[in-house]
Design a protein around this ligand. Structure first.
Ligand code: C5P
Length: 207
């Protein structure tokens, strides 16, 4: 039983994926974290995220990097979006994600291309969206909580730039799978969005 949760940044897909995993007792992988680790490792190596060779080299990041709080920053999100454009980087991260998705018993994965590339056979596919103002507001609150100084306008501009890059890249662009169910969380609170996602998953699959 594979559950694919895709969508743009700050749409709520991570929260929803974690809640689905807890509800159905399945392991969860945040695939964005892998791309963030590549972006961060590339910067640590003094490499250029736009250079395919530098980005590919950074795919050998140590697993300990996945615990680095800096991975959650907007700056690392931007680097992740740049390294994720390179087909060689996507290929290098494919097996790890595929193995997680196909483990016995199933799994929940969230990202951009889970329902289209990593696990097209997933029984449940959700494509989570929200308006730019709703997403910027959420990200702003998260940033304030961590004490980072960034304005709402900067966050909105960054989200739009990242969406545009993720949607327009040639390899595995951000796009809903034809058989995905769209979930718009713009006007939903956290618990409402989770309840709706569980309802969709339950109706898509007989547990
Ligand atoms: O989801 P998150 O914001 O952590 O992802 C960071 C970046 O990693 C995204 O903007 C996207 O460019 C890239 N990504 C991807 N494919 C995935 C997950 C993330 O290209 N499955």
């Amino acid at each position: 039983m594979i559950i694919a949760v895709d969508g743009p940044t700050a749409s709520g897909k991570g929260t929803i994926a974690k809640a689905l995993a807890a509800h159905f007792g399945l392991p969860h992988l945040d695939t964005g974290l892998l791309y963030r680790a590549v972006g961060r490792q590339c910067a640590l190596d003094g490499g250029n995220a736009d250079d395919p060779g530098d980005a590919l080299k950074a795919c050998n990041f140590p697993d300990s990097l996945l615990d680095d709080p800096e991975l959650r920053s907007e700056a690392t999100g931007g680097l992740a979006s740049r390294v994720s454009v390179h087909p060689a980087v996507r290929r290098a991260l494919y097996e790890r994600q595929r193995a997680f998705a196909t483990q016995p018993g199933g799994a929940v994965l969230d990202g951009r291309d889970i329902g289209t590339v990593i696990a097209p056979e997933a029984e449940v596919k959700l494509f989570v969206v929200a308006s730019v103002p709703a997403r910027a507001e959420r990200r702003f609150k998260e940033m304030q909580a961590t004490g980072r100084s960034v304005t709402l306008a900067e966050i909105a501009a960054d989200l739009e730039a990242r969406d545009a890059r993720d949607r327009s890249r040639a390899e595995a662009p951000l796009i809903a799978a034809a058989d995905a169910v769209l979930l718009d969380t713009s006007d939903l609170g956290r618990d409402e969005a989770i309840a709706e996602a569980i309802r969709i998953a339950e109706s898509a699959h007989r547990w």
